[in-house]
Design a protein around this ligand. Structure first.
Ligand code: PLP
Ligand code: COI
Length: 352
């Protein structure tokens, strides 16, 4: 038997890392064919599940990632929680799992944040990372959608996702194993997508890279996203800096950070192109200086510059290999709103 990691933060904020420690509580909601039960607050503790529980065998498991921040006025606020609610519902539909209504999702998340609000870190770059997830809990080996589910929310006081903080990362391009294929589950946040990416993540680590860049399954040519983040390039188009990012499709997870940055870029007067972009365009643009920056973005990663791109053939460096001007501006604009040091002019934050 394994035991759960310490349910209270034992490290000083600067050494929290990401997803290492958990708060004392979790919220839970059960689903049976009669529907969802009301959310309850419980102690954070191990679950007792039959070895025949369906999630262990057929993997009906979906999750979300979101954060609560402690603002300078002392309030604790969530960033766009209704977006996570609607994406969890999208994931549920794809996996033949029950959809949790948005209001119930936000209520369950808020209940936990409220109970454990003293564990929301106040230091810049830190937050309470929230992991809502739903698993199939019916104990049977029959291959059909389960008839019992459990929705849980756990919380982890966290610092930056990458050990180097906001320094530029190195990425490994997966040329042999795509993450998603048309008609598949790429647009859903289901556990299986991450399980399928573990082998390439291991290869990436062996090559000294922090993340994997996945290419499209059909041609192995078009950039899609990273294992746990969306991808943006900054390129000079007609002498103007322009954000370029692959368009949303059924092979891509539509990031809430991604769509927020598109809005913020517009606010900053930065043009945005959502269009197919190839690895070759990235490589050639990095070589001739027209692709000046690249970054990964997501709830955990926030906005993290990509300095070096490693492929089977060779490496190439983007810009000077360090976080560029627009990467930094966009990160500051987003974090300012999230951490409450800038005006939330888009009305994204929700007080708990
Ligand atoms: N793509 C994948 C595969 C992810 O796991 C994530 C993280 O949640 C993202 C993109 C970014 O999504 P978001 O910005 O909503 O966190
Ligand atoms: C998140 O950013 O919330 C994710 O779920 C991605 C994962 C790599 C931690």
């Amino acid at each position: 038997m394994t035991t759960t990691p310490s349910p209270v933060p034992t490290a000083p904020a600067g050494e929290l890392g990401f997803g290492q420690v958990f708060t004392p509580h979790m919220t839970a909601m059960r689903w049976t064919p009669d529907g969802w039960e009301r959310p309850t607050l419980r102690d954070f503790e191990d679950l007792a599940l039959s070895p025949a529980t369906m999630v262990f065998h057929y993997g009906q498991a979906i999750f979300e990632g979101m954060k609560a921040y402690r603002h300078p006025d002392g309030a604790v606020r969530l960033f766009r929680p209704e977006r996570n609610a609607s994406r969890l519902a999208t994931s549920a539909r794809r996996m033949a799992m029950p959809e949790l209504p948005e209001a119930d999702f936000v209520e369950a998340v808020s209940m936990l944040v409220d109970a454990d609000r003293e564990h929301v870190p106040a230091e810049p770059g830190h937050s309470l990372y929230l992991r809502p997830f739903t698993i199939a809990t019916e104990a049977t080996l029959g291959t059909r959608p389960a008839r019992e589910y459990l929705f849980l929310v756990i919380a982890s006081p966290s610092g930056p996702y990458f050990t180097a903080g906001f320094d530029a990362i190195t990425v490994w391009v997966s040329e042999d194993h795509p993450r998603a294929h048309p008609g598949g589950t790429g647009y859903a946040k289901c556990a299986g997508n991450y399980a399928a990416g573990m082998l390439v993540q291991q290869v990436a680590a062996e090559h000294g890279a922090e993340q994997v860049v996945f290419l499209d399954a059909r041609e192995g040519r078009w950039l899609e996203e990273l294992g746990g983040m969306n991808l943006f390039l900054v390129r000079e188009v007609d002498g103007r800096p322009t954000l370029v990012t692959p368009p949303v499709s059924d092979t891509l997870l539509e990031g809430i950070t991604r769509s927020s940055l598109i809005t913020l870029a517009d606010d900053l007067g930065l043009r945005v192109e959502e269009r197919p972009v190839s690895l070759e365009e990235w490589r050639a643009g990095a070589a001739d200086g027209t692709v000046t920056e690249a970054f990964a973005c997501g709830t955990a990663a926030v906005v993290t510059a990509i300095g070096t791109v490693r492929t089977q053939a060779a490496d190439f460096v983007v810009g000077d290999g360090r976080p560029g001007l627009w990467t930094t501006r966009l990160r500051d604009a987003l974090l300012g709103i999230q951490e409450g040091t800038a005006h939330d002019h888009n009305g994204w934050m929700r007080t708990v």
